[in-house]
Design a protein around this ligand. Structure first.
Ligand code: IVH
Length: 669
């Protein structure tokens, strides 16, 4: 490519990547898949490699993180980072409002203007921009000095490396909260469990662990996000109020929580709290209350601070999402990889609207450390994760009849020997024919993110195993209608659906097949890397350890686990049988010559006839392209219900608009 054309394309790519970064980490409405995003990113990296003088500091490629550090350097904050006083109810907010008005010499019935913000449950950071350029990022530390985590913060995609203004102030220090969106947290924990790593207890810990990585490349892999909420030191600009500040900085590209509002008077503040509390469960991130701040900076100055907390702000905390209940039983559960974890069966209890009857005790070490026993009264918490956790025992309620459970010596499912692997907290069943492991591995194989065999869940897999019809994943592909008809309450139609779903899974992409095999330490991400690098299961099977190690992100532990898996004759045989049965991932190459060749589709609004992923696949199967945003190059916009700005744009540009039915018809024609 000519340099001029490259420069043009680089600009386009940066804009597009920036747009998708914002959609993902500010609005949580990704329009493109991870792999499409990766493709854009790689194209940009490639062009910048080819034309190094076109690389600029604010390019998204510069966010991948520099070399690892030995330790963090201390930085002193120009202005101390304060913390907030807490309030737990309306009465305490009334007291706060009274105090403020008294100190300001205002009448008691005066309605003050407050800025109300969600209280993000993450980590406070300080961001320094000098002449618009992001120069220093630091943790709060003890409030006076924190740690320099600039390299790590550069990897936070929604944080601008350059302020989007032609007239940046000499200096502006912005404070905000770095957090991990819930979806990313859950995905990360699943991956950690699949890789045999200890999951994080809550999104806050996960965010903290990610930010305090000495190796920024690890931070770069964690989809952290940020909301800014306070002014630090400034030079060359003056803000008159909190609202003025929060209104200005998004124009520079700094994300501010869209639920931030100015409210006049106490009643309006109370209403705000109720609104946010109601929204809490549906927000894509964790909040633990709202923060109420006197809007006027003039008033703030008059009020001042006391013992490191401002007198002009207060945190109104939500009641914790905890409940007290009793442990009726502690049951050891055997997972797919043989790991045995203690699970508490609870006396059912409602926690913020959700009935909870199971909680994880994480592992035996932690159960011992917290001294959790059967019969104990315990505090249970829902902390962003799907499975609630037992926080602590209420010792006052002990009667002496509680039963402490010790690490099992035998597998509760198959009676095999149990081993504790040195250096791991996990306890593992080593039984090769352990039914729990077999069933779990088949459940994993069939699951949505693996081979996606619709309808084939735990219930059927357990029955198939009990009837002796399935001993491993290859057996799924020899099942017949008669096999299924032996089940209770099974009809022709259901049996056929299950068989079709199994048959459809034969053509899943290679990365899914690799992930589905359940090789230890090979999660979804690693499976994708392996699929890209080797192209077929046969090639992967033959791969030597050093070949595997030549893939970036594949370390010795992963490489060894893969070779061990493929050295096992039993595994090889299962794979052979699957291939014989017709399991054949399609070639990764794009199909050319389909009837949609050269056509670009955009899907928008709520789709009810098919999912967005399906739609994309259908278009791509016919040689077309599904894009995230509407432009003059778009050929068709397929609009579901509640289609918004994209539909408007399509109309303005005169792009052909289709309903879902019209799209399906076009496919069939
Ligand atoms: S303002 C001087 N606003 O809560 C005011 N803090 O206990 C400094 N936090 O350390 C903080 N959301 O980590 C402020 N909208 C928000 C916040 C917020 C979360 C955290 C922050 C701070 C702690 C104070």
């Amino acid at each position: 490519m000519e340099k001029q054309a490259a420069a043009q394309r680089i600009q386009e790519l940066r804009a597009e990547i920036g747009y998708h970064n914002r959609l993902y980490s500010v609005l949580y409405k990704p329009e493109i898949s991870d792999s499409e995003y990766d493709a854009l990113f790689r194209e940009l990296q490639q062009l910048e490699k080819q034309f190094p003088d076109l690389v600029s500091l604010d390019s998204p490629t510069q966010r991948v993180g520099g070399a690892p550090l030995d330790k963090f350097v201390q930085v002193t904050h120009r202005i101390p980072m304060l913390s907030l006083e807490n309030a737990l109810n309306e009465g305490e907010i009334r007291d706060f409002d009274k105090r403020v008005k008294k100190d300001l010499g205002l009448a008691l019935d005066y309605e003050l203007e407050y800025v109300c913000e969600p209280k993000m449950d993450g980590l406070a950071v300080s961001l320094t921009y000098e002449r618009g350029e992001f120069t220093i990022g630091a943790t709060r530390g003890d409030g006076t000095a924190g740690e320099d985590i600039t390299q790590n913060l550069r990897t936070v995609k929604s944080l601008p490396l350059q302020l989007a203004t032609n007239e940046p102030p000499l200096l502006v220090e912005v404070r905000g909260e770095v957090y991990l969106p819930l979806a990313a947290f859950q995905k990360m924990n699943l991956e950690r469990e699949e890789n045999g790593d200890e999951p994080f207890a809550n999104p806050r810990n996960a965010a903290a662990g990610s930010l305090r990585q000495l190796d920024p490349r690890i931070t770069a892999r964690r989809p952290l996000a940020i909301f800014c909420y306070a002014q630090g030191a400034v030079d060359g600009i003056e803000f008159t109020s909190q609202y003025h500040f929060l209104e200005t900085i998004p124009r520079w590209g700094l994300p501010v929580n869209p639920l931030t509002h100015k409210r006049k008077g106490l009643e309006a503040v109370f209403a705000y709290y109720r609104e946010i509390e109601e929204k809490r469960e549906s927000l894509p991130y964790e909040i633990d209350g709202v923060v109420v701040k006197v809007d006027s900076f003039g008033y703030q100055q008059t009020l001042g601070e006391i013992s490191r907390t401002p007198k002009w702000a207060i945190a109104w905390k939500f009641p914790p999402r905890q409940a007290v209940t009793a442990i009726e039983d502690i049951v050891p559960q055997v997972g797919r990889t043989g790991v045995i974890t203690p699970t508490a069966h609870l006396k059912p209890v409602k926690i913020s609207g959700v009935m909870v009857s199971r909680a994880t005790l994480h592992n035996w070490e932690e159960m011992g450390r917290k001294d959790i026993r059967i019969g104990d009264t315990v505090v249970v918490e829902r902390a962003g994760d799907v499975i609630p956790a037992v926080v602590r025992v209420v010792p006052e309620n002990r009667s002496g009849k509680e039963i402490a459970l010790s690490i099992p010596h035998k597998c509760p499912e198959c009676g095999s020997e149990v081993v504790k692997i040195p250096g791991e907290v996990a306890v593992r069943c080593m039984g090769l024919s352990c039914p729990a492991q077999i069933c779990e591995s088949i459940i994993h194989f069939a699951s949505r993110r693996a081979m996606d065999i619709d309808g084939l869940g735990e219930k059927y897999i357990d029955q198939l195993h009990k009837l002796g019809l399935v001993h491993n994943v290859a057996d799924l592909y020899k099942l017949t209608r008669d096999d299924f008809m032996q089940f209770e309450r099974m009809g022709d139609k259901l049996a056929d659906n299950l068989l079709t779903a199994i048959a459809n899974s034969k053509e899943r992409e290679l990365s899914r097949l690799i992930f589905a095999l359940g090789i230890r330490h090979v999660g979804e991400h690693t499976a994708k890397l392996l699929a890209n690098a080797f192209g077929s299961i046969e090639n992967l099977e033959k791969a030597a350890e050093d070949e595997l190690l030549s893939i970036r992100e594949v370390g010795p532990q992963v490489a060894q686990s893969i070779t061990t898996f493929f050295h096992n004759q039993k595994n090889i045989e299962i794979i052979r049988r699957m291939i014989q049965a017709g399991v054949r991932p399609p070639e990764a190459k794009k199909k050319v010559g389909g009837k949609f060749t050269g056509k670009t589709f955009v899907f928008t609004g709520t789709l009810s006839r098919f999912t967005r992923d399906d739609a994309k696949r259908m278009v791509e199967d016919m040689g077309g392209h599904a894009a995230g945003s509407v432009s003059k190059n778009t050929n068709y916009v397929v609009a579901g219900t509640e289609a918004g700005s994209k539909l408007d744009k399509a109309m303005t540009l005169g792009v052909m608009i289709l309903t879902e039915d019209e799209f399906l018809k076009l496919l069939e024609d």
